[in-house]
Design a protein around this ligand. Structure first.
Ligand SMILES: Cc1cc2nc3c(=O)[nH]c(=O)nc-3n(C[C@H](O)[C@H](O)[C@H](O)COP(=O)(O)OP(=O)(O)OC[C@H]3O[C@@H](n4cnc5c(N)ncnc54)[C@H](O)[C@@H]3O)c2cc1C
Length: 571
């Protein structure tokens, strides 16, 4: 589309000083021209001087969006005083009853503050299994020693050095303390949740990234359903229920569900003094003396925000895996409305592999990941990524394909499956259904498989031959996969299973300081406003580094805790 203002200025420019001068035009030249008053805009950037008017036509690939749209709470209008039907007074208002919101609520309440927690949905979102933590009680007692410098260095490197030092350093220093607090809160709950260090695998594939021992899990909790491990994220649902019950019983907490926050309230100085929400369809005002904590999560259920802030390839062919559609970026919007700064685009999204074209994964097939022996190929039957990289990296590479990740395939044979037959019986049982959907192809040879999949003749055969040769030589000359953790294709049956990427959560947000205070675009604190978890930013840059353990949950717990502490007690 041609911008008419630029178009006008360009014509005036040519008429006034002559076409031959275009390449060296400056605003000083404009001012000497007889027609200078017609000139509204000088060339703005190198593209404009090279491409002329076509600068507005630079081809940017757009994406299709087939994702969910959740109920948006944010209202971009002035809600009048006369519309407020009820007022509540408290010390701290917490918006969002997911993990960061519940930790913030409980910490503020334990510090003696009166807290109002508002959650948009009937219950808070819970989706996680493990979380990052450094030097918590349970880790210390188990003798886990995290190399903090390596962890910090890897966080900066993974963000391409586009993040500030304070928030990540605070995470490394304080996540253990926050974990210990969560452990105390579990003692007040009735499910007896146990936090334990996540055991490191004895030997990892050598991907070149450091293996960082800084993750905890809940699997040692007695009474957890047996299948919880195979339903990734499911343990989080139980934990949110437990913490919610504890919060609801706390004498200092008023918890309101089905109560979406719509906008923040500020005083003349710009300080945030409260929040307006909707309860039973009517507006209520919550005045918060000490601060409002935005714990509203990401915006994966807001199509407009997804399109505005993410790379199109990251959502175009993805499926969604979110147990609660409350994550619509309300906190981001409420913060922006009062002048907050936000992470630059493209934002980071947490991805996972094993997406199907319809919805999230076929649960049994997730077990194939554990097998880890497969190759990953595109629709042309060619490898495009080292298969032993972290989930996120495989998703990134999948999405980068010309199809925007529509068709990538896990390639394996029957010998790879039968190695773990007992565990993978379920996956095999699911094969029939997958075949009818066109998500799984099966053949007696690589040549037959590429023919039934209509891949260019010879590609898949060539890929498998090369893969086998790399295995024999012990070196993957194409992608540097650690071939010790690979297996030759030598079976009687060959399979290709579709494997798109899945969106779990967006993880970029409002810029905060080390106390969780939201900053404006000049880097100054917006008094009275905090953000935690996926509503906050300056932690990741354009990518979620899945190889660093559990940082999204770790950040949510840590900054839920720290923002509450600061709101109640100050620095
Ligand atoms: C299947 C799955 C597995 C995962 N596993 C892991 C894992 O093992 N480790 C890990 O680190 N991360 C994991 N994640 C990511 C993790 O779920 C998130 O990073 C984490 O939950 C973020 O916490 P949060 O408190 O910021 O936001 P959320 O948990 O998203 O909670 C935000 C809450 O705010 C509410 N809300 C939104 N707007 C409003 C409003 N206007 N008013 C009131 N309330 C509002 C929402 O309804 C929601 O309940 C997983 C994600 C998924 C989907």
């Amino acid at each position: 589309m041609i911008n008419s203002k630029t178009d006008l200025s360009r014509r005036s420019f040519i008429k006034g000083i002559g076409a031959t001068s275009i390449a060296v035009g400056t605003s000083a030249v404009f001012s000497e021209s007889a027609e200078a008053k017609d000139v509204v805009k000088a060339p703005e950037n190198v593209y404009e001087s090279v491409l002329g008017d076509d600068v507005n036509c630079i081809y940017v690939k757009k994406g299709d969006f087939n994702g969910p749209k959740g109920p948006i709470g944010f209202e971009n209008r002035q809600i009048a005083k006369s519309e407020i039907t009820k007022e509540y007074n408290c010390d701290v208002a917490v918006v969002g009853g997911g993990i960061s919101g519940l930790i913030a609520t409980l910490k503020a309440a334990e510090e003696g503050a009166k807290v109002v927690l508002i959650e948009k949905m009937t219950e808070g979102r819970g989706a996680f299994e493990c979380f990052g933590s450094v030097n918590s009680r349970t880790q210390r007692e188990a003798g886990v020693k995290t190399d903090k410098a390596v962890l910090l260095g890897e966080m900066h490197r993974s963000a391409s050095y586009r993040i500030g030092p304070d928030v990540v350093r605070t995470y490394v220093e304080k996540s253990g303390e926050a974990t210990d607090f969560m452990e105390q809160m579990f003692k007040k709950g009735d499910k007896g949740f146990v936090i334990a260090p996540m055991p490191l695998r004895p030997k990892y594939p050598n991907t070149g990234a450091p293996v960082i021992d800084a993750e905890c899990m809940f699997y040692n909790t007695p009474g957890l359903p047996k299948d919880v491990r195979f339903r990734s994220g499911h343990v989080g649902v139980y934990i949110i229920q437990d913490l919610t019950n504890t919060a609801k019983k706390h004498p200092n907490v008023t918890a309101k569900y089905s109560t979406p926050a719509a906008q923040l309230i500020t005083d003349k100085s710009g300080r945030v003094t409260g929040v307006i929400a909707k309860e039973d369809g009517k507006y209520i005002q919550i005045n918060a003396k000490k601060g409002v904590i935005l714990a509203t999560g990401g915006y994966d259920a807001n199509p407009e925000m997804m399109k505005a802030y993410l790379r199109p390839e990251d959502y175009s062919s993805a499926s969604w895996w979110n147990p609660c559609w409350g994550t619509t970026g309300d906190g981001h919007m409420m913060g922006l409305k009062v002048g907050a700064a936000m992470d630059p685009v493209p934002h980071a999204v947490m991805n996972f592999t094993f997406g199907s074209p319809e919805s999230f994964h076929i649960p049994a097939v997730r077990t194939l990941r554990a097998m880890g022996l497969y190759a990953v190929v595109n629709d042309d039957g060619e490898r495009f990524v080292r298969e032993d990289a972290a989930f996120q990296s495989i998703s990134n590479a999948t999405n980068r394909q010309a199809t925007f990740g529509k068709k990538s395939w896990l390639l394996f044979d029957d010998t790879m499956i039968s190695k773990n037959k007992e565990i993978f019986d379920k996956a095999i049982a699911a094969f029939a259904q997958l075949k009818t959907k066109g998500w799984l192809f099966e053949a007696n040879s690589a040549a037959e498989l590429e023919a039934v999949m209509k891949m260019p003749k010879g590609n898949l055969v060539n890929t498998i031959n090369k893969f086998n040769a790399f295995k024999k030589a012990g070196v993957d000359q194409d992608f540097n996969r650690d071939m010790e953790f690979a297996k030759e294709f030598d079976g009687k049956k060959y399979y290709a299973l579709v494997c798109n990427s899945v969106i779990l959560a967006t993880v970029s947000g409002l810029i905060i300081d080390e106390h969780g205070r939201v900053l404006n675009s000049k880097g100054n604190v917006i008094e009275g406003l905090y953000a935690a978890g996926n509503a906050s930013g300056d932690f990741f840059s354009g990518n979620y580094p899945r190889h660093i353990p559990g940082t999204s949950m770790g950040r949510a717990i840590t900054f839920g805790y720290l923002s509450a502490l600061h709101a109640v007690k100050g620095a």
